[in-house]
Design a protein around this ligand. Structure first.
Ligand code: PEP
Length: 254
């Protein structure tokens, strides 16, 4: 399967900084990488369209980090799927643990967002993951199963490329504590199994990303695993050199 590396820039970068990051990335990444690895960046809302103007016509895709599920209306401060589409997005991250933990997003909201994205033809990058407490009390798989089943309730897909799932153990995000390849693989295999229950034959080709302190020096060990098809990268996507090294190191092991 062609791996996918997406950089989640979170709430970083002004317009000028975002433009200089993406321009540097385009210069550093050799054109041949895109034949073997799909690459996307996920800037903040204000940087989506400016970044799109730079990457349009290149193989780098654009992702949003969040969306609201209503079509339009009196929802001050929110952004709709059509707005994301018109700004050039093909993907949108949904259910990131920071949104669940800091902004109180529920499984039900995550499901509404996934549905709204699917209806608009945007590809959700659905994040699931357990906290340290959940892992230590042996609840990892139970949490993953609940998050997946509720996020995907009533969501049909016709092709494996209509959905991306990111396993992001909360204890590994921004902490420098990366899951070992075998810890991650165990959960990825379980995610694949749940997706098989939902989407039958399509499941084997749905891309499953790992996220949580991915760096140039640990990405190869992760993507070598059978069910790890790429990475969702936070901190290390903020420096063009590091992000490019992650893409290149991925390409070397696939
Ligand atoms: C993320 O927030 O999606 C993430 C994986 O962050 P980091 O790489 O910084 O751990």
């Amino acid at each position: 399967m062609k791996p996918f590396i997406c950089g989640n820039w979170k709430m970083h970068k002004t317009v000028e900084e975002a433009l200089s990051l993406v321009k540097e990335l385009l210069v550093i990444l050799p054109h041949t990488v895109y034949e073997k690895v799909d690459v996307a960046v996920a800037p903040s809302f204000t940087n989506l369209y400016p970044v799109y103007q730079v990457i349009s016509g290149t193989p780098v895709a654009l992702s949003a980090q969040n969306v609201y599920f209503e079509k339009e209306g009196a929802f001050t401060g929110e952004v709709s799927v059509d707005m994301l589409k018109s700004a050039g997005c093909s993907y949108c991250i949904v259910g990131h643990s920071e949104r669940r933990r800091i902004f109180g997003e529920t499984d039900e909201w995550v499901n509404l967002k996934v549905r709204a994205l699917k209806d608009a033809g945007l590809i959700p990058i659905l994040c699931v993951g357990e906290t340290l407490e959940e892992r230590e009390s042996g609840k990892t798989l139970e949490v993953i199963e609940r998050q997946l089943n509720s996020a995907l309730e009533g969501v049909d897909i016709r092709g494996a490329d209509e959905l991306v799932v990111a396993y992001e153990p909360v204890w590994a995000i921004g902490t420098g504590k990366v899951a070992t390849p075998s810890q991650a693989q165990e959960v990825h295999a379980f995610i694949r199994q749940i997706l098989e229950g939902l989407y039958k034959d399509l499941a084997k080709d749905i891309r499953l990303l790992y996220g949580g302190s991915v760096k140039p020096d640990n990405v190869s060990g992760l993507v070598k695993e059978r069910d790890i098809d790429g990475a969702l990268v936070g901190g290390a996507s903020l420096k063009a050199q590091d992000f490019a090294a992650i893409v290149i190191n991925t390409l070397e092991v696939v």
